[in-house]
Design a protein around this ligand. Structure first.
Ligand code: ZN
Ligand code: ZN
Length: 267
């Protein structure tokens, strides 16, 4: 049984896949369940693109497809919400009970965009990495309306650095990540394993296997897997390899969600 829990349709500004295309590809690739997780990033700091979701149309379209593919494919109503410290109340209010699954992601830190490089302007590499982690920590300390943290070490993807070291090679980063993971675990939240990570580091998803190992050692159990696909060929990318590595670490289950409640499946 395979589940892809991070997929972007044309309801996201950066994807052109139709929901039907996603469903057909998922079935062809042997998936039994998917969560559509389109972007909603209020106050996104790159003015050239707007990541705001038309929630009503989006949920209506997913409900239609749930009927159409009944018995063939389970389709969950998910969302990837871009969190920032100053918009947490707005995010919380946006996430009504309509969603099965919420990914909390950080595409912005300190009101500066990661993707376009603005966030890196005044920092050297490790300053940027550590300040990003401090932002994540500050948010998880006060905010709870989500199920998993998306691509926890995404900061490694951005910034024009020659090497992209694992965050756990830095002592302060180890402390920050441990604190983040402990809070997540304590609050019954989880991590996603995002296989788009192999596009920057052929050996690791986001977060890296070393961070996933630390999560396991700290008692973390809630784990979803997602490809973060924006194109059909990316759906379920490297899932089998990733799951075998997760088993090596000691994980025995993957998680899916219904009405934001976790269901555990043996792997
Ligand atoms: Zn993301
Ligand atoms: Zn995404």
């Amino acid at each position: 049984m395979l589940y892809d829990y991070h997929l972007h349709s044309q309801f996201s500004a950066d994807s052109e896949m139709s929901l039907t295309e996603i469903c057909e590809t998922a079935i062809n690739k042997g998936l039994t369940e998917i969560a559509i997780t389109d972007h909603h990033d209020p106050d996104y700091k790159d003015p050239t693109i707007e990541f705001l979701l038309n929630k009503k149309a989006y949920l209506a379209e997913i409900r239609k497809l749930q009927q159409k593919y009944k018995g063939k494919l389970k389709i969950k109503k998910g969302i990837e919400i871009g969190l920032q410290l100053h918009i947490l109340t707005e995010c919380n209010n946006y996430l009504t009970d309509d969603f099965d699954f919420i990914i909390a992601s950080f595409h912005t830190a300190e009101k500066a965009d990661l993707y376009n490089g603005d966030f890196f302007r005044d920092y050297n590499q490790w300053e940027a990495y550590l300040n990003y982690l401090k932002t994540v920590l500050a948010v998880v300390k006060v905010y709870q309306n989500y199920n998993v943290i998306g691509h926890l070490d995404i900061i490694r993807r951005y910034g024009e650095f020659v090497s992209k070291p694992d965050l756990l090679t830095n002592k302060t980063a180890v402390e920050l990540i441990s604190e983040i993971l402990k809070i997540i675990i304590q609050n019954d939240k989880g991590l996603e394993v995002n296989t788009s990570g192999y596009r920057i580091d052929q050996k690791n998803p986001l977060p890296s296997f070393s961070i996933l190992k630390l999560y396991h050692e700290l008692g973390g159990k809630i784990l979803t897997i997602g490809s973060d696909s924006h194109q059909p060929e990316q759906i379920a990318h490297k899932f089998k390899f990733t799951i075998s590595k997760l088993k090596e670490i000691g994980f025995t289950e993957l998680t899916t969600f219904t009405n934001r409640q976790p269901n555990f499946h043996k792997i």
